[in-house]
Design a protein around this ligand. Structure first.
Ligand code: B12
Ligand code: SF4
Ligand code: SF4
Length: 480
């Protein structure tokens, strides 16, 4: 929506022709220009003959053009330009639908128009929330851009007038999931990592929409964003009425629940905004109660540093407290969505590309420990969950094996503890071996300690031995 600048510039006493058929425009005009003579024409059928010979000092372009075909729209604009008196001006109206040509014209005329605060649309509430999250150190570090860039879309696309928010549903149930057996323990990727990386799929789909608009509207400019852009995809979706923001912080759509990916198209077309939806969590607190780490500090607010979805993506040692809580999750966490009553029976298989490959979405853990970089890329590279590389996933797989107390994994874990070049992986393996609790495991840790030189790894080995109440006192203090 553009501003009312046109009305402000319009001196009282001018005749105003054709405020289109919009009653609202007529009301505003009457209110803004009590002395002006208002004559209403319906421009949607073309330019009225009676006005042919009049030279206008100002033309306020309004919503009328919406009803015209593209070609007629351009003809209409040219017609308007011809009707201007020598120093006549075309001004944005209240709800104008402009071509680039008109935008440029106005830009040249009113240079400062583009810095006009009034016209700027800002995510005010989000701005405050982001500041609060930052002050509390609740962010993840994965967010892109400054708070200003994140909340003021015109900084991302000059001339931005609207954002189209897009949500696509992904499956919540796997058809025929493989069983996790004693010999072949399996981990789990969160649903948002099932199938082909949604960044690629959703971006392609939104790009099609952008191409469509480009075809239909001359000189449209637009920008696609999916997850990795500056905007908060959730705040955009909330504002656009795609869904409401749940206490688990997810956008919950009436049609598909919260198992939806979000993206957006910023455009310079001033589409009429949709209304946001009502929050409808009511008195439910299921997600807050179910969160294993208490990461949801209050309804709608997340302390990312405690969220398992975040912790599965970090690259360093995981704090002991979280090693217990992460369970068998290899990537991401779905708990606060799975328990949500709004997701009951929500399971959509609308996009074949987003179908999970069960062997990958629920992968066998042991083979993950030895996988080479090349194999990892070939096997998991197309999944969203691979974006941080193999190290965090391997660490999580090691912890999941400890969770299962999988004695069949001891040989692999010992091999990793002795030979992996990455200290964090060696150390986590030592801890896991200790947690599994087999005598040969403890012996292997003691032997490995003789050769180990890394202080942090020795500290983890010590912790591994401590599971049996053993500690030989050789470990260094990691934080010394
Ligand atoms: C950083 C990030 C993360 C971080 C932090 C998540 C978070 N809640 O902030 C981590 C790694 C933990 C994460 C995890 C997940 N993420 Co993520 N993530 C993002 C990313 C890149 C930025 C989010 C961000 O800016 N967060 C900062 C907060 C302040 O902003 P916000 O969450 O967008 O803000 C909303 C609410 O939090 C709320 N709010 C904020 N503060 C407060 C305070 C109060 C008092 C109240 C009432 C409300 C409130 O208001 C905002 C508007 O609705 C977005 C993509 C994007 N560019 O937006 C995806 C995104 C949010 N993630 C997404 C997904 C799918 C997930 C996971 C479900 C994946 C998984 N299964 O593991 C989990 C869910 C965890 C959770 N409970 O949020 C989807 C969400 C889809 C949806 N239906 O909502 C997004 C939009 C990606 C996408 N394009 O589809 N993610
Ligand atoms: S994703 Fe998991 S850890 Fe994060 S808030 Fe939801 S339930 Fe809690
Ligand atoms: S579990 Fe309950 S409180 Fe949480 S998001 Fe769903 S409806 Fe809202």
């Amino acid at each position: 929506m553009l501003d009312n600048k046109g009305f402000d510039l319009w001196a009282d006493g001018y005749e105003m022709y054709g405020i289109d058929f919009s009653e609202r425009m007529l009301e505003i005009a009457k209110d803004k220009m009590p002395l002006a003579k208002l004559v209403q024409y319906d421009f949607s059928k073309g330019f009225p003959e009676e006005l042919e010979n009049i030279q206008f000092d100002y033309i306020i372009s309004t919503y009328a053009m919406h009803h015209l075909e593209d070609e007629d729209k351009i003809k209409f604009i040219n017609k308007l330009k011809n009707q201007l008196s020598n120093d006549g001006e075309i001004i944005f109206g209240d709800i104008a639908f402009e071509t680039r040509e008109l935008l440029e014209l106005c830009k040249a005329k009113y240079d400062n128009y583009w810095d006009d605060e009034e016209r700027y649309f800002v995510f005010d509430e989000l701005k405050e929330r982001l500041k609060r999250q930052q002050a509390l150190k609740y962010q993840s570090g994965f967010e892109k851009g400054s708070i200003e860039e994140r909340t003021e879309p015109q900084r991302l696309l000059p001339g931005a007038q609207s954002i189209l928010s897009i949500a696509i549903a992904y499956p919540s149930r796997m058809i025929d999931p493989p069983k996790s057996t004693k010999e072949k323990r399996r981990g789990i990727f969160c649903r948002a990592s099932w199938g082909t990386d949604y960044h690629v799929i959703l971006r392609e789909k939104i790009k099609k929409l952008a191409d469509f608009l480009e075809e239909k509207v001359p000189n449209v400019v637009s920008k696609v964003m999916v997850d990795t852009g500056e905007l908060s995809d959730r705040a955009v979706a909330e504002r656009a009425g795609v869904g409401f923001s749940g206490k688990n912080t997810s956008i919950i759509t009436p049609e598909f629940g919260s198992f939806v990916y979000l993206g957006e198209l910023i455009t310079n077309i001033p589409f009429i905004p949709d209304e946001p939806l009502e929050d409808s969590c009511g008195s439910c607190t299921k997600c807050l109660d179910a969160c294993p780490t208490g990461a949801l500090v209050q309804g709608g607010q997340l302390n990312t540093q405690r969220c398992i979805a975040f912790l599965t993506q970090t690259k360093d040692y995981l704090e002991d407290e979280f090693r217990v809580k992460i369970g068998t999750r290899v990537y991401g966490c779905d708990t606060c969505q799975v328990v949500c009553p709004r997701n009951k029976k929500m399971d959509f298989h609308l996009h074949p590309e987003l179908e999970p490959e069960p062997e990958l979405a629920k992968p066998e853990l042991k083979p993950m420990l030895r996988i080479s970089n090349r194999q990892f890329k070939e096997r998991f590279g197309h999944m969203a969950g691979s974006w941080r590389g193999k190290k965090p996933l391997q660490r999580n797989a090691i912890i999941a094996l400890a969770h299962y107390k999988d004695q069949t994994a001891l040989d692999e874990l010992i091999e990793v503890m002795q030979h992996d070049v990455r200290p964090m992986i060696r150390g986590t393996a030592a801890w896991s071996i200790g947690k599994i609790g087999a005598p040969e495991g403890y012996r292997a840790i003691e032997e490995a300690m003789e050769k180990e030189t890394d202080g942090d790894v020795l500290f983890e080995m010590e912790k591994g031995l401590a599971f049996e109440g053993k500690s030989n006192g050789k470990a260094l203090n990691r934080h010394a």
